[in-house]
Design a protein around this ligand. Structure first.
Ligand SMILES: Cc1cc2nc3c(=O)[nH]c(=O)nc-3n(C[C@H](O)[C@H](O)[C@H](O)COP(=O)(O)OP(=O)(O)OC[C@H]3O[C@@H](n4cnc5c(N)ncnc54)[C@H](O)[C@@H]3O)c2cc1C
Length: 388
């Protein structure tokens, strides 16, 4: 067993780290994303530089012109990237357009119409699953799609939809068979956001700065040819994508944030003198450093193992629950400790800590709240031990 990263992954890590140190960290004084989109004037030059060093369309399979990287290298990239706060927390396009993996399940006709324009950055998608009465339990969603000939009619309300205000199309989950629901009764539709009956009802401004949308579908017509996969396959497609999000989007991102928060904590504690001695000489502070380093190290091993196992084709559902729970809780503690060690300075906007503090509060709720994942994990472990 070898715990060292293979040489090519070490080189990739260094390349991304150099990019972050040179291009993003200096940008932090000027830019701290409080909304969903990075301004074009900043994004375009960064994208050009990223392309020039080969950091482009990393998630996209090679057959569509991307780098087709496995999950482990993509986790390493996310870990490095999120050491900077000059990166939008959710939809970030520095290394290429945001392509939701569900789109790779498009048929050939749909690929021409939707996937390829997304890859060229010509159109944008949002993902609409959550509803006012169905968040943690998406299988209880009420948005209904009823077929009439070659067209479906959609009615319902979606809540907290990131990027809906700028999206050309939505990947909308709707019930096509109320009897089956999660077991083949929920379908994923590609919906033109300019269709009659799509109402952007309101935004929900959050403590993170972003303001996801509430959307109403009032008798919206969608052609049957806009179903991704087969009718009833939507739930399983979305779950697959969300599972990957737990490992990279949540796990790896939390590693990067925690690592930099810890570095800031250590540097400040060595410089700052109180009662005649540097903070770093106080046991209370040393314990905060030690606890943060231990927890970060354990979480990194979990993320790398989980990503590696997924790359080997293993079922990592339970491991991905563990990763999301552990990493999101770990980063909340590390950022909090770092603020504590910085005192008043930690609360100011001169440092990235207050921004992270607000952002990381969200990750214990979005895409699977901690309690829900713990509950599911416990159920799965017990079932595996003694099948019912
Ligand atoms: C900024 C932001 C962006 C988002 N973007 C999107 C998006 O683009 N698309 C989309 O579809 N959704 C999106 N969401 C929705 C997000 O995924 C949901 O908020 C999340 O799934 C939780 O659902 P809920 O808010 O309805 O909480 P609820 O389901 O009402 O749960 C509330 C709390 O109850 C507890 N709880 C729930 N069930 C259980 C249980 N079984 N056991 C124990 N405790 C439980 C948990 O602590 C949970 O936090 C976004 C949300 C936010 C805040």
């Amino acid at each position: 067993m070898d715990f060292n990263l293979p040489e090519e992954l070490q080189m990739l890590k260094q390349t991304v780290r150099r990019f972050v140190e040179k291009e993003l960290i200096p940008l932090e004084r000027e830019y701290r994303p409080e909304g969903e989109e990075m301004p074009e004037r900043l994004l375009k030059p960064l994208q050009e530089k990223a392309k020039a060093i080969g950091l482009w369309m990393l998630d996209v399979p090679q057959e569509y012109g991307g780098a087709g990287l496995d999950l482990l290298p993509r986790c390493i990239i996310a870990e490095e990237l999120f050491r900077s706060v000059a990166v939008p927390f959710r939809n970030n396009e520095i290394f290429g357009p945001e392509v939701r993996p569900v789109l790779f399940h498009c048929n050939e006709e749909q690929k021409k119409k939707f996937l390829f324009p997304v890859l060229k950055g010509e159109i944008k998608f949002c993902f609409a699953q959550t509803e006012p009465d169905a968040g943690s339990d998406p299988a209880s969603m009420r948005t209904r799609a009823i077929r009439n000939g070659d067209t479906y009619t959609l009615n319902g309300t979606k809540r907290f939809i990131t990027g809906a205000g700028v999206a050309d199309y939505g990947q909308v989950m709707a019930v096509t068979d109320p009897e089956k629901r999660a077991r083949g009764g929920i379908t994923c539709f590609i919906l033109d956001m300019k269709s009659p009956g799509v109402i952007l009802e309101r935004q929900w401004p959050t403590m993170m700065g972003e303001a996801p949308w509430q959307i109403v579908f009032d008798n919206v017509k969608v052609p049957a040819e806009n179903i991704i996969g087969k009718e009833g396959q939507g739930f399983s497609l979305a779950q697959k994508w969300i599972s990957e999000g737990r490992i990279r989007g949540h796990g790896a991102r939390c590693l990067g944030i925690a690592e930099r928060a810890l570095e800031l904590m250590m540097d400040y504690s060595q410089d700052r003198v109180t009662f005649g001695r540097p903070l770093a000489e106080r046991q209370a502070v040393q314990f905060m450093v030690a606890d943060s380093a231990m927890e970060l190290r354990a979480c990194r091993l979990m993320v790398y193992e989980c990503a590696w196992r997924q790359d080997q084709g293993e079922d990592v559902r339970d491991l991905s629950y563990m990763v999301k729970i552990m990493c999101t809780e770990m980063v909340s503690r590390v950022v909090d400790r770092s603020i504590q060690v910085h005192g008043g300075v930690g609360l100011t906007k001169d440092l990235p800590l207050e921004w992270w503090y607000r952002q990381v509060r969200s990750v214990r709720i979005t895409e699977g709240a901690t309690e829900v994942l713990r509950w599911r994990l416990g159920q799965n472990l017990l079932r595996a031990r003694k099948p019912q």
